[in-house]
Design a protein around this ligand. Structure first.
Ligand code: NAD
Ligand code: WQD
Length: 340
């Protein structure tokens, strides 16, 4: 009998790549997504890639009636909770929107899980919960919470909620995955990162310059205490990240209680290194200029990824060059993203 996984936010960037992994590994997938930051076309692409059209509900996870319908219709083994707003900059402008959406949706989800005896959840957390770290690399045991934006506050708060519930409910198994910087796309080029408006993140900005949608990349500062002066990040291929969720579901079969894993490569790459890797991998030129620092940027952020390897056998397969090639493959095949 196939295990059913409810994937909230399953038509988003990471969720859609994870849905492919789940289907290809024999899971029954049910997606709930409000389409606040994705398009229904992604469902068609998932069907094209896998040959399966996952069950889809167009609900906001805060919609208790809609969520009751989903939990009544399906015998859910686990929830993978991707649904959430993720722009650091927007969260500073609209804190209440982020608190209500990210925390409010999680509250409804956890209530429905309890009412229907669903004990397993994989939660999309973020390296931003580490705030202003004292040292690199980042370990799961490092302190969290000293954060500087409402988006990161919502991730910290949800991790705290999961901790509190697991203290009082020995049956509850939250697997918390702290993602670093996902980039890349499925090898088919049929799905990929499709941000609304001007991209905040580096890779989609690079690919939009490469495809001619944007004229030039601004590099936010080259006066950081790093080898080439630009910020260092842990860029992980989104398909490696998706695979990590498959391993998290296997972990849930052990009834692990609350566990936390960094999902990163363990290797830092600078902004200039990524730009050069992209240009060399794809034989395209990326015009850029050095401008001032972006407020809030950390000089370095990269994972110690040993625990995920030790406890789940998680190991990244794809390189920065693979990610650059796959991101470009997606963007050049879809210059307007999922818009026709
Ligand atoms: P995304 O915006 O592409 O996907 C999120 C999906 O959730 C979208 O399809 C959106 O429509 C949906 N959604 C948002 N709020 C919803 C709600 N209330 N009800 C129903 N659907 C809702 O983002 P992503 O990059 O795929 O990120 C997925 C998760 O991983 C997010 O929680 C994000 O905070 C987290 N994360 C992302 C990154 C990253 O760099 N992309 C890094 C760390 C953590
Ligand atoms: C990476 C580097 C920028 C754009 C963010 C969120 C984090 C997570 C991942 C959700 C930085 C530089 C960027 C540009 C640039 N998202 N840059 N020019 O800031 O590490 O993490 O996305 O969870 O929460 O904080 O990623 O891609 O925005 O920036 O020079 O046009 O690229 O300064 O050094 P970041 P990013």
């Amino acid at each position: 009998m196939k295990k059913t996984i409810l994937v909230t936010g399953g038509l988003g960037y990471i969720g859609s790549h994870t849905v492919i992994e789940l289907i290809e590994n024999g899971y029954e997938v049910v997606i709930v997504d409000s389409l606040v930051n994705s398009k229904l076309e992604v469902l068609n692409r998932l069907e094209t890639i896998t040959g399966v059209r996952p069950t889809f509900y167009e609900y906001d996870v805060r919609d208790e009636e809609g969520m009751e319908k989903i939990f009544s219709n399906h015998d859910i083994f686990a929830v993978i909770h991707f649904a959430g707003l993720k722009s650091v900059g927007e969260s500073v402008q609209k804190p209440q929107l982020y608190y209500d959406n990210n925390i409010g949706s999680t509250e409804v989800l956890l209530k429905k899980m309890k009412e229907h005896g669903v004990h397993n959840i994989v939660f999309s957390s973020s390296a931003t919960v580490y705030g202003q770290p004292e040292r690199m690399p980042l370990y799961e045991t490092d302190p969290i919470g000293n954060v500087t934006n409402p988006y990161a506050e919502t991730k910290v708060k949800i991790e705290e909620m999961l901790e509190e519930i697991s203290k009082n409910d020995p049956e509850f198994n939250p697997v918390i995955l702290r993602y670093f910087n996902p980039i890349g796309a499925h090898k088919s080029g049929l799905i990929g990162e499709d941000p609304n408006g001007i991209p905040n993140n580096l890779m989609p900005y690079i690919t939009q310059v490469a495809v001619g949608k944007l004229p030039m990349l601004s590099v936010f500062g080259n006066d950081y205490p790093t080898p080439d002066g630009t910020c260092i990040r842990d860029y992980i291929h989104v398909v490696d990240l998706a695979h990590g969720h498959l391993l998290a579901l296997k972990k849930l079969e052990e009834k692990p209680g609350r566990v936390i894993y960094n999902l990163g490569t363990g290797v830092g790459t600078s902004v200039l290194e990524l730009i050069n890797a992209f240009m060399e991998a794809n034989h395209v030129n990326i015009p850029y200029k050095i401008v001032g620092r972006r407020p809030g940027d950390l000089p370095q952020s990269y994972a110690n990824a040993d625990k995920a390897f030790r406890e789940m056998g998680f190991k990244t397969k794809y390189t920065i060059v693979d990610s650059c090639r796959d991101s470009w493959n997606w963007q050049k095949k879809n210059p307007k993203g999922f818009d026709k």
